[in-house]
Design a protein around this ligand. Structure first.
Ligand code: S3P
Length: 425
């Protein structure tokens, strides 16, 4: 993919549905009694992997554009898959599904692509094993393929060493099948979409500080789910509009759940001109329109409890840091190393290719911003968030940017380049 500056970004855009919420709508829809109707579903490759896993377990799911209908069979209605489940590139699919599979009275196996085969799964093997499931990493390396045999699970209070919504959600979903209450305490609160949606479908879920508890064996009932626009996808247009002089963009109906909105707070600290309009708190997930105007940015420090609320936006925030005046520090973000790629190493390598002065740290990076940057050949490592971050950088660089394996954006945003082109006309 080759990208170069064309014109300031102007106009309106409704970004695709939230990836985390789309996954969960299929999972809870499948485990609920009756029909779940989802609108503005994200049809990116990751969410399609979740759909195909549930189809393999006998759930009828129809997709019509961004409308999805799931005919749930209840907590105990899944059937044994005849083959290994394939999660593709999706960490959310593997980790959340493993919690569900641990509660089934049949054996199953789950795997995925080369990237997912390197990502850490001990973080879910550990709590599921404590709940009496048998979860085995078949290559004995703490990664997929996993073989899962469960059924009778016991209640636990799990203290997670990482702030991870995938770990928390895995344990809560397994908790639906336990013989007693299950709770999870995390070091810092991570995104709470599972808690909100479980409650919406009828489960008894209580959140207190950094601890969430679920009571076992609820009756989940199919619902209508309206998926808000994904703030993690909006992030690229926010960044592009801030960086390219003369830009003004209205991003419609973006999810602004406080466990996801850290980027907006960091952008404000950097001097960004972003206005929230038409705030809507009537549904389970708050949303708003975001009016973004180009701004001159200054460096900032990104670390501490805000990190889980912007973990997927750190690559594009690093790009903002590269163009901002002064120094931007990213810290407390060692989790970046175990995403779809090692996002500390990959961002540093590619930022250097465009001429940025950046130093690595164990848990982040230090970016000395503000010097003119130039186009280069970017190795995305097939990581969708890296590819989209450098597509944004291209608009503020001299010359053209070539993004290797740029089609990896299909993971979370299949029409990303078309939407970017349309705003830059
Ligand atoms: C997600 C949680 C986060 C995030 C990922 C989606 C989710 O991962 O990075 O893109 O839907 O629960 P971790 O739980 O590993 O932090």
């Amino acid at each position: 993919m080759i990208i170069r500056y064309a014109a300031p970004l102007r106009g309106e855009l409704a970004v695709p549905g939230d990836k985390s919420i789309s996954h969960r709508s299929i999972m809870l829809g499948a485990l609920a009694e009756g029909r779940t109707e989802v609108s503005h579903f994200l049809t990116g490759a990751d969410c399609l992997s979740t759909i195909s896993c549930f189809r393999q377990m006998g759930i009828d799911i129809s997709v019509d554009g961004t409308r999805v209908e799931v005919l749930g069979k209840g907590l105990h209605g899944l059937s044994e898959p005849s083959d290994v489940l394939d999660a593709g590139n999706s960490g959310t699919t593997v980790r959340l599904m493993s919690g569900i599979l641990a509660g089934q009275p049949f054996a199953s196996a789950i795997t995925g692509d080369d990237s997912i085969q390197k990502r850490p799964m001990k973080r879910i093997i550990e709590p599921l094993t404590q709940m009496q499931a048998s979860v085995v990493s078949l290559r004995d390396n703490g990664c997929v393929p996993l073989s899962i045999r469960g059924g009778r699970l016991c209640g636990i209070h799990y203290v997670s060493p990482v702030a991870s919504a995938q770990v928390k959600s895995c344990v809560l979903l397994a908790g639906l099948y336990a013989d007693g209450p299950v709770s999870v305490t995390e070091p810092v609160v991570s995104r709470n979409h599972s808690e909100l949606m479980l409650r919406y479908f009828g489960a008894d879920v209580v959140s207190e500080g950094t601890t969430v508890s679920v009571r076992p064996q609820p009756l989940l009932t199919g619902q209508k789910v309206q998926v808000p626009g994904d703030i993690s996808s909006a992030a690229y247009f926010i960044a592009a509009a801030l960086l390219v002089p003369g830009s003004e963009v209205l991003l419609r109906n973006v999810g602004i759940n406080p466990t996801r909105d850290g980027m907006l707070r960091i952008c404000a600290a950097m001097g960004a001109d972003i206005t929230l309009l038409n705030r809507d708190d009537s549904g389970a997930e708050p949303c708003a329109d975001l009016l973004v105007r180009s701004s001159s940015l200054k460096g900032t420090v990104i670390g501490g409890d805000i990190i889980p609320t912007l973990i997927d936006e750190l690559p594009v925030l690093a790009v903002l840091g590269a163009f901002a005046e002064g120094t931007t520090v990213i810290r407390d973000a060692a989790e970046l190393k175990v995403k779809e790629s090692d996002r500390i190493a990959v961002m540093i390598e590619n930022l250097r290719r465009i001429g940025c002065d950046v130093e690595p740290a164990d848990d982040g990076m230090i970016i000395h911003g503000g010097r003119p940057l130039h186009g280069a050949v970017i190795d995305s490592k097939k990581d969708h968030r890296v590819a989209m971050s450098f597509a944004v950088a291209a608009l503020a660089c001299d010359g053209e940017m070539e993004i290797a394996d740029g089609d990896c954006v299909r993971i979370s945003y299949p029409q990303f380049y078309e939407d970017l082109r349309q705003l830059c006309r």
